[in-house]
Design a protein around this ligand. Structure first.
Ligand SMILES: C[S@@+](CC[C@H](N)C(=O)[O-])C[C@H]1O[C@@H](n2cnc3c(N)ncnc32)[C@H](O)[C@@H]1O
Length: 268
């Protein structure tokens, strides 16, 4: 099993599930993230009454967008973490046609050829054996059904502002601890082609949040806390890293960016 806590979140401690819920909400509510989701989800062209599923739905904002942006009539979010499922249901209780349940992307229990759209939004880089989730999406999709895949390119994540910036190793450490396969997004199109999909669009999206981004603060804090938990640094240095991120944010000197790749594919 992977060390990436997202890979087995249903069995992680409540503390870890709540921490990642907080990080995922901060990211989902970031206006630049909302704009990127709109940019790729508005490229699907669903039939009336379409059914959509998000696998790995986390706090549920992307599942909600499958109705509000992609135009599905119904959307189901499946997710192994019951903490995430409860939070998603509570956060989006006002959206008609939306539901959430505990489930596994590799064995959804949904019928063959029953869904018009499957969304995998920042799931695959956290999945050991991602081809199994892609095969499950293929099985449940109707012929010509849409698969959308959106993932970050982890080697692109940076918060450094100079060659010798200590945020280099902090961010590298976060990626090492929180991503199962840091190169996957560069192989995803090939995996989809060999799994029975045609690629309609593959676009890059640069995420350059505001200099006081709450999501990027979770990246620095989690990077520092992982180094602390592993005994690499002590509490004083961990606190210094957290304080430095806040200092940069308060003075407008913080920089963070991530390249994402969005793919719209159709079942062949
Ligand atoms: C980085 S989060 C993304 C959540 C959501 N898609 C979003 O972007 O806000 C990845 C999610 O995938 C879930 N996940 C990981 N492995 C999974 C699997 N085998 N089946 C379903 N979900 C899974 C994790 O529990 C986590 O909530």
């Amino acid at each position: 099993m992977s060390n990436d806590p997202y890979a087995d979140l249903g069995n992680a401690s409540d503390e870890m599930q709540l921490r990642l819920l907080e990080a995922m909400i901060a990211r989902a509510e970031d206006p630049k993230q909302i704009a990127m989701r709109h940019a790729y989800l508005s490229k699907v062209n669903l039939p009336a009454g379409a059914k959509a599923v998000e696998l790995g739905s986390g706090p549920g904002d992307v599942t909600r967008d499958l109705i509000q942006v992609a135009g599905a009539a119904e959307a189901l979010g499946l997710e192994p973490s019951s903490v995430m499922v409860r939070a998603a249901a509570a956060r989006h209780s006002d959206t008609l046609g939306l539901s959430f349940a505990v489930g596994d992307a590799k064995a959804t229990g949904l019928a063959d050829h029953s869904v018009d759209l499957v969304a995998l939004h920042t799931l695959l880089i956290h999945c050991p054996d991602p081809e199994e989730a892609i095969a499950e999406a293929h099985r449940i999709l109707k012929p010509s059904g849409y698969l959308t895949v959106f993932d970050e390119d982890p080697p692109s994540v940076t918060a450094a502002i100079a060659d010798n910036d200590p945020f280099h190793p902090v961010v590298d450490n976060l990626i090492r601890a929180y991503v199962h396969d840091r190169w996957l997004v560069r192989r995803t199109a090939g995996l989809l082609l060999q799994s029975g999909f045609d690629i309609l669009h593959r676009d890059g999206h640069l995420y350059l949040p505001a200099p006081d981004s709450p999501y990027f603060l979770t990246i620095i804090d989690r990077g520092a806390d992982t180094l602390l938990a592993e005994g690499v640094i002590g509490e004083e240095l961990a606190q210094g890293i957290r304080t430095e991120a806040r200092r940069r944010m308060e003075t407008g000197h913080f920089f963070g960016s991530i390249a994402f790749v969005g793919i719209i594919a159709r079942k062949r």
